[in-house]
Design a protein around this ligand. Structure first.
Ligand SMILES: Nc1ncnc2c1ncn2[C@@H]1O[C@H](COP(=O)(O)OP(=O)(O)OP(=O)(O)O)[C@@H](O)[C@H]1O
Ligand SMILES: [Mg+2]
Length: 412
């Protein structure tokens, strides 16, 4: 039996590591398809999102409910097979989608076949014209042969182009399949997620100890004593008593459950933590505790964090940079200071106007600003794209809006 050895190696981009980039997301798309055939429709939960997160950075993602924040986080941690785009973690490609490449093959075939059809009609017309014009049979045969040859070459060229595109794209698809199948488990254990819902994300039939050490089992650590000790350490780290390990999730308060979720992520000793609205379900005093806890852990363990929230006030002090998402797209991305000082996109302004003020007098006067995309933008002539207006400050805009935003920035 012949054994074919694959010579491929996983796609690695050393320049990302050299530039201290822990996570790089390129044109991430995550679509969900419902139904079949003609009744099928697609939800574009995340639509072409790109960003880089530097080592040790805290990167905030904000946006209204349903804008695709959780889906982005879940796609990063490989809970979904992404539709298209690539995700690089520590330089290695851990996720990639094939939709674009498959479409490229499909469209080159459709366009090519359409062109061939047109050429065949053109060829028939020319032969018909020759039949009408040329009476000498020998000359006519020669002319027809010439035309046939000319069109046969044109058609062969198109067929070759279709085959070339197919070959090229199939090669890329093969590499994508290879990369996504050969993702290192150890590398992935360095990326952990704290899930949005502290109730739903904990199995009610498992003890806290089993919940927290599940990841260790998956990684192949079966030493019960060592695992149990690690669970206790993790519980202490998140401010819970080690004795709690034999309890079940329903025996805890909401804040404590959130801490269990954090302990479950921390036990894997991660470098990169995705926190999906870890404090939204909690009351104000416990919110502060969890934020402080995350901040301490960040300092202690040198964590890189992606912090998902739906209001800007939470991420203001905690995050170095903030991305604002709207309907599956990033509409603005800047450092926290810059975003609060010079919000450019109308949606960011609407989010900022929603933050309550602690002073009753100014709060009374606070005007809520509602974002209405159809009134704010005219994209009929030119579609927008994410543009760097000033270094580090990106905004979704077309050329007309870019000029307007630049003017506004100069005024400030
Ligand atoms: N597994 C799934 N299957 C189908 N559609 C999904 C799935 N997960 C999310 N969606 C859809 O994708 C969109 C984005 O959802 P997502 O959970 O990412 O929003 P979110 O920004 O996290 O919102 P929230 O602030 O309420 O948590 C929604 O329209 C949702 O219905
Ligand atoms: Mg969510």
């Amino acid at each position: 039996m012949r054994i074919f050895k694959e010579k491929r190696s996983v796609t690695y981009r050393p320049e990302l590591v050299e530039n201290n980039i822990e996570l790089s997301v390129r044109h991430l798309k995550q679509f969900f398809k419902f139904g079949h055939g003609k009744n099928a429709f697609i939800t574009k939960a995340v639509h072409d999102v790109s960003f880089d997160i530097k080592k040790g950075e805290c990167f905030g993602v904000v946006g209204e409910s349903g804008c695709g924040k959780t889906t982005t986080g879940r796609s990063l941690i490989r809970l979904y097979n992404i539709t298209s785009g690539s995700v690089y973690f520590k330089g290695y490609r851990i996720s990639a989608g094939k939709r674009w490449n498959e479409k490229e093959i499909k469209w080159s075939r459709i366009k090519g076949n359409r062109k061939i059809k047109e050429l065949k009609v053109e060829q028939a017309d020319r032969i018909k014209a020759l039949n009408d014009e040329v009476s000498d049979q020998a000359l006519l045969a020669r002319e027809i042969e010439k035309v046939n040859k000319e069109y046969a070459k044109k058609i062969a060229d198109i067929k070759k182009h279709i085959a070339d595109v197919k070959k090229e794209q199939k090669e890329i698809i093969k590499q994508i399949t290879y990369d996504t199948r050969h993702v290192d488990k150890k590398l992935m254990s360095k990326m952990q997620m704290i899930f949005q819902d502290p109730v739903d994300s904990l199995d009610p039939r498992m003890t806290v100890e089993d919940i927290i050490q599940e990841g260790l089992h998956i990684q192949g650590h079966y030493n019960r004593f060592e695992n149990s000790q690690k669970v206790k350490d993790a519980l202490v780290k998140v401010g819970l008593l080690p004795e709690y390990s034999s309890r079940y999730p329903h025996e805890f308060s909401g804040g404590q459950r959130q801490r269990i979720g954090i302990a479950r992520a921390l036990i894997m000793n991660p470098d990169f933590l995705i926190c999906d609205e870890p404090i939204s379900a909690l009351d104000v005093s416990i919110r502060a505790q969890i934020i402080n806890l995350l901040n301490n852990l960040k300092e202690e363990m040198g964590l890189t964090i992606m912090f998902i929230a739906h209001d800007l006030s939470v991420v203001k002090y905690f995050c170095d940079r903030i991305a604002v998402m709207y309907f599956g797209k990033i509409v603005e991305l800047a450092t926290s200071d810059e975003l609060f000082k010079h919000p450019l996109h109308p949606y960011t302004r609407a989010l900022l106007s929603a933050i309550p003020k602690p002073d009753p007098y100014t709060e009374k006067k606070r005007q809520r600003y509602v974002y209405n995309p159809s009134q704010e933008h005219d994209y009929s002539k030119e579609a927008p794209s994410l543009v760097e207006i000033v270094p580090g400050h990106f905004v979704m805009a077309n050329s007309e809006e870019i000029a307007k935003y630049k003017k506004e920035l100069k005024k400030d």
